[in-house]
Design a protein around this ligand. Structure first.
Ligand code: IMP
Ligand code: MG
Length: 196
């Protein structure tokens, strides 16, 4: 990642402990309910894979794809779903809606609208790896998170991407552009602020 400083915020073992604790907090809220876990593709994929294996057997898993970002890092279109769960997997059920990060909240607001208004979910629990309230624009509150981030940092790893890359880093990292003096001129010119 030439031109960027990459700082580890949560190492793989911290993430594992955080997801353990999250699963333990969720279990009593899900007891006795018909549960469907819906990860928002693709950022929630890795978080979801780890979380569902810590929840009791019997839940359904279905998927929602909402894209707000194109190949670059600035929002290129409004949040719109282009893949939705099967209605039978949602109607009348408790949906645990997962995403990698709750930032402006636009993605989550649209996801919740689709699940409640179009697909008839009985209730939706909003569960994210990272809750970053500082840039919130939509009226969305996370029910649960692994990390609440007060600083406006751009993150990669454990599902979060920068231009489609770095989702497969096992740790969660903050990416900051290096000051021009700290990098070669060509790299400095190429390194834009990654925050959308
Ligand atoms: P929101 O609609 O602004 O809340 O953004 C949510 C989506 O934006 C997430 O699902 C991510 O895909 C993406 N996003 C927001 N912040 C970051 C970040 O720091 N790193 C990588 N992706 C991000
Ligand atoms: Mg995403």
């Amino acid at each position: 990642m030439e031109g960027y400083d990459c700082t580890v915020l949560l190492a793989a073992e911290d993430l594992s402990r955080g997801v353990d604790a999250l699963a333990a907090r969720l279990q009593p809220r899900l007891e006795g309910r018909l549960v469907t876990v819906v990860p928002i593709l693709g950022g929630a994929l890795i978080f979801a894979a780890d979380l569902v294996r810590r929840l009791p057997a019997g839940l359904l898993l279905d998927f929602l794809r909402i894209q707000t970002y194109g190949p670059a890092t600035s929002p290129q279109r409004a949040a719109a779903a282009d893949w939705t769960p099967h209605p039978e997997n949602v109607r009348g059920r408790t949906v645990v809606l997962l995403d990698d990060i709750l930032d402006t909240g636009r993605t989550m607001a649209e996801a919740r609208r689709v699940l409640c208004e179009e697909l008839g979910a009985a209730e939706v629990l909003i569960v994210v790896l990272v809750d970053k309230p500082v840039r919130r624009r939509a009226a969305v509150v996370a029910d649960e998170c692994v990390l609440r981030l007060e600083e406006d940092l751009f993150l990669v790893g454990y599902g979060l991407d920068f231009g489609g890359r770095y989702r497969n880093l096992p740790e969660l990292c903050a990416l900051r552009p290096l000051a021009p003096a700290a990098v070669a001129p060509a790299a400095a010119a190429a390194a834009a602020d990654p925050r959308p």
